[in-house]
Design a protein around this ligand. Sequence first.
Ligand code: NAP
Length: 315
Amino acid sequence: MAEIPNPGPPSPGQVLVRVLARPIHPGDLLGVRGPAGAAAGRPITPGVEGMGIVEATGSPGDGPPPGTRVAFFPAPGAWGEFVLARTEFVVPVTQDVPAATAALMLVNPLTLGMLMRAVEDALRDGRRTVVQTAAGSSIGTLVNAAAHRHGLRLINLVRDPAGAQRLRTRFPETPVVTTTDQDWPDQVRAAADGDVPVVLDAVGGELTADLVALLADGGTLISYGQLGVGSTALEALPLTRRELTLRGVSVGRWRLLPSEQRAEDVAFATRLARERPELLAVAASYDLGDLAAALDHVARPGKDGTVLLTSPIPE
Ligand SMILES: NC(=O)c1ccc[n+]([C@@H]2O[C@H](COP(=O)([O-])OP(=O)(O)OC[C@H]3O[C@@H](n4cnc5c(N)ncnc54)[C@H](OP(=O)(O)O)[C@@H]3O)[C@@H](O)[C@H]2O)c1
């Protein structure tokens, strides 16, 4: 692997963190393979989240002092050995939270918060049925756990029977439909007692047209990922006639939320990391130098949880 440059000393308002563990998120791979990095033709260090130890502060009293164990997000370059993070995006983490949990305690729980707010905005007429795609993903697991708390009637959609079986075991009360079944849209409508007010979608591509067809008039498709292949033409979607809403959600915009909302989201994520670490599952950990094996693992169908890249704790 190419040598990753040290990001240099922190400026005021920043801390330098020695990174000990960082997740490989699907979004990191879009950043690596996608047009943003490639077209610009310049090397980028991927990663946005992780955990580690504060090494230095930009000026005395700037954020947590050196030696503090922290989680951080967003901090571009988290796959490096060191990363610069703005102090408002660094969260001290107590020793009772394992390093592996701390490494992924922010992005997915913060995304969950944004998704649930989008769902609440979209639901109307007292109908609380939500269909979610890629339901066995790490985010899908958090949505399943949150559905009861939010009083949602959730229907899980997955791409194969093995994934459906895993979800039935984990969340036996929640209906699961498999898109390999030809009549899957009918199965979803049967489980929903009709059309669906909200679809939460991380697959996109050619599945979008079928998902839009499931929506009730006035319904909302919330798009937050693009795991799928192919495409659906936007002008072919009956947005006008059926008054449908297409809404995007990105945790990349979380940093722009009001500070009170961000504090509430971080408090939720911290609670989750301490009380429900099983909802932040780690599929496997690989040394940072073993990136190829880690990426192989990420691509495995049926992977359960998130793959981490780790660095040894210095002597
Ligand atoms: N918008 C945001 O801010 C934001 C933030 C975080 C994550 N995300 C997105 O959320 C999605 C899930 O992320 P994650 O970290 O939770 O993922 P993850 O834990 O790595 O799980 C990926 C899941 O996607 C399923 N999958 C993969 N390709 C698929 C396809 N072509 N069709 C249907 N299902 C497919 C896999 O199913 P199998 O079990 O069958 O392999 C697996 O359940 C990703 O699209 C990611 O980019 C978005």
